[in-house]
Ligand binder design. Structure first.
Ligand SMILES: Nc1ncnc2c1ncn2[C@@H]1O[C@H](COP(=O)(O)OP(=O)(O)OP(=O)(O)O)[C@@H](O)[C@H]1O
Ligand SMILES: Nc1ccn([C@H]2C[C@H](O)[C@@H](COP(=O)(O)O)O2)c(=O)n1
Length: 658
């Protein structure tokens, strides 16, 4: 399935609701491998369906393991410690949780196996694991650069008569890989693994040990530096096993439950599938949020955030040791933008060798938003970003699912956020953006569309005043473009030149005043000649595209009332309320005639009616964004209504919606 090049996220004013988390990637891939190596069949429920688990499933299939889907459950037929296929070429994508334990298992079992992945996988170090496996006689060769995949595995001669040493300070996955595979060689003797360097991401190793215990292998450890796999260990299926929800993915929603309340509109956000008893270290992210001032509820099978503790306006800053929450720590780098003081994340050296160099990527993308960021080899400091310093940005995601997911939280800030290549979330959470949209509360928009002189502007301005919302008169943008085009002698059919003009329109609207650079152009844009020219150039697709971002950028908390021709159909299709104002042509002409006369502009009713009908024809018949009611717009004919009655009706509809 193709995925879009980018995703524009509406600015958010709150969040609320419940999310059922997808299964944990780390648990899913460990369970699949353990079930495949076990004797007996294992029914797995809650298994994650994503790129990385598909990589593992495809590899197991190539290795001759039988896996069946039974409704929502997955049945893995274990092969009793020996893969049926003694040779295979395995594609590992960018799945670290697949390549590392499979390398260890295949190297111990021996055969003729080739493991390769995407280009980034070939930049992610695996030398420490290969060294440890070679030290006990495994036959592993590098297919490219030494220390990195691709790998070629042969049949080695195992000698396990001394402790196996493995580095634990780059990635705990090397240790986990050995723990997951070495029981295959522990039939006759204890196997000892010693960790060189300080072990990082210890919770992932704890998770490995707990899962091994479910499959009958009980690891002893001394201070998490020395591990003993007892003689006689072998994998035995537990029969059934349930995969917990993904605690790293929970972090985005838990953060949303806090950031959503900063505008005073948020409600609780509850994630289901993890709780205080989770075996995933990343649940500790919720404890960190608590320490920073969030109100967190821990229930059976769920965790929820309810904004900030009483008396708190923002999250606290400070130094946070993230060694135990390496993935969820990325979420803290975004919440830090909204904190009251700088936040320093330490112990994140492993970010350098993840899907991308996450420290560099995070610093680069936060900087695009206007943030002040400092970074070191294994730390990152993010300064709070005051509202006036936020910049709209297109966030690059580096083919890293967590970059895409955590930057969605930036849409709680006052800027437009575009997520580039959002499809990368398929690595662990293919439906992430749908799940996020389901709890996100975008800044509300009331879209008022209709033909000229139907009263849109008047009604929209009254509504904005009554609700304390911002007001966008989109016609002003087309009119300003037309005025400048007239002055610069640009022909009304020169689409490219007009679009360039529109793209760099030096416009500022303050109250009822329209500024073009230093000039107060409020009256100059209102002449009938400019209106007709605006109507003509507004039919040009490139001009409309050029003005789209400018219009959307005015969607800011607490809300926006926007009037025009395509507010409900094109510019704000997700507007909470859409109204299509009409009045018959005679009534509109009379209104416009009165308006013009009161401004001292001499004209006749016949002339006004003629021009109005011309404009109606152009606005309704153009090929792009033609004037028409959105399907979900409420029609309101104001021919027989005065302004107060019209505003009253729309306010009534608004109250029913909010
Ligand atoms: N029921 C009504 N609702 C809104 N405006 C009305 C109503 N009755 C009379 N008017 C008057 O109609 C005139 C035209 O309204 P307005 O300028 O807001 O129209 P518009 O739809 O924004 O036009 P345009 O698209 O040309 O900018 C105003 O003077 C307004 O006071
Ligand atoms: N959303 C919009 C707003 C305006 N236009 C065009 C069409 C109008 O004739 C012209 C002037 O608008 P007005 O100030 O009269 O509302 O601009 C449009 O195409 N789309």
């Amino acid at each position: 399935m193709t995925s879009p090049d980018f995703l524009d996220l509406p600015p958010l004013i709150g969040a609320g609701g419940t999310v059922r988390l997808p299964g944990s990637k780390s648990i899913s891939n460990r369970v699949l491998l353990l079930a495949a190596l076990s004797s007996g069949s294992t029914q797995v429920t809650g298994l994650l369906d994503s790129d990385d688990t598909r990589v593992m499933l495809a590899a197991l299939h190539a290795l001759g393991v039988k896996v069946e889907q039974q409704g929502a459950a997955t049945l893995v037929h274990g092969c009793g410690g020996r893969f049926p296929a003694r040779e295979a070429k395995l594609f590992m994508g960018n799945a670290g949780t697949a390549i590392r334990p499979l390398t260890a298992a295949l190297a111990l079992l021996g055969g003729s196996y080739a493991l390769a992945g995407v280009p980034r996988m070939h930049e992610r170090p695996i030398g420490d694991l290969v060294d440890a496996l070679r030290s006990i006689g495994c036959d592993i060769g590098y297919g490219g650069q030494p220390g990195f995949p691709p790998l070629n595995i042969g049949v080695g001669t195992l000698r396990i008569d001394a402790p196996i040493r493995v580095r634990g300070d780059v990635s705990s996955q090397f240790l986990s890989a050995l723990l997951l595979a070495l029981p295959l060689a522990a039939a006759a003797r204890d196997i000892v693994i010693e960790v060189a360097g300080t072990l990082i991401s210890r919770p992932y190793v704890e998770m490995t040990c707990k899962l091994l215990a479910r499959f009958g292998v009980h690891i002893e450890h001394q201070g998490w530096q020395r591990f003993i796999i007892p003689a006689g260990s072998r994998f035995v299926s537990p029969g059934r096993i349930a995969v917990e929800g993904d605690a790293s993915s929970a972090s985005y929603f838990l953060a949303a439950g806090v950031l959503g309340t900063l505008h005073g509109q948020g409600q609780a956000v509850r994630v289901e599938g993890v709780d205080a008893n989770s075996i995933q270290g990343d649940v500790q992210f919720a404890r960190v949020l608590e320490q920073l001032g969030a109100r967190v509820e821990w229930g059976e099978g769920f965790i929820a955030t309810h904004g900030l503790r009483e008396g708190r306006q923002r999250l606290a800053g400070g130094t946070i040791d993230c060694v135990a929450i390496p993935d969820a720590a990325m979420t803290l780098a975004i919440t830090a933008l909204f904190a009251e003081a700088p936040t320093t994340l330490t112990g994140i050296g492993s970010w350098r060798v993840k899907e991308t160099d996450r420290i560099a990527a995070m610093a680069a993308e936060l900087t695009k938003l206007g943030a002040q960021v400092e970074a070191g080899s294994d730390w990152l400091r993010v300064h709070p970003l005051p509202a006036e310093h936020w910049r709209s940005a297109a966030i690059a995601t580096y083919d890293d699912h967590r970059m895409a997911m955590c930057f969605s939280l930036a849409s709680f800030g006052p800027a437009d956020i575009r997520i580039l290549e959002p499809g990368c979330v398929s690595k662990t959470f293919p439906s992430y953006f749908q799940a996020f949209a389901a709890v996100a509360r975008p800044v509300p928009v009331i879209a008022i569309d209709g033909p000229t002189a139907s009263g849109k502007g008047t009604v929209a301005a009254h509504l904005a005043q009554a609700l304390g919302f911002h007001y966008l008169d989109s016609g002003v943008m087309y009119r300003a473009t037309a005025l400048l085009a007239q002055r610069q002698g640009i022909a009304l059919d020169d689409e490219a030149a007009l679009a360039a003009l529109a793209r760099h329109l030096p416009i500022r609207c303050e109250g009822g005043t329209v500024w073009l650079g230093p000039e107060n152009a409020s009256d100059a844009i209102r002449t009938e000649a400019v209106g007709q020219a605006a109507s003509t150039l507004s039919a040009l697709p490139a001009v409309r595209r050029a003005l789209l971002d400018l219009q959307r950028s005015l969607r800011r908390a607490p809300g926006l009332v926007a009037d025009g021709r395509d507010m409900g159909t094109v510019v704000f299709p997700d507007a909470r309320l859409k109204v299509f104002l009409t009045a018959d042509a005679q009534a509109r002409a009379e209104r416009r005639h009165k308006q013009l006369i009161s401004k001292g502009i001499s004209t006749t009713l016949t002339q006004v009616l003629h021009e109005l009908e011309q404009r109606d024809a152009r606005d309704t018949q153009r090929s792009v964004a033609a004037l028409k009611p959105a399907q979900d717009a409420l029609p309101l004919n104001t021919s027989a209504l005065d302004v107060d009655q019209t505003v009253h009706q729309v306010l009534q509809w608004w109250r029913q919606r909010s």
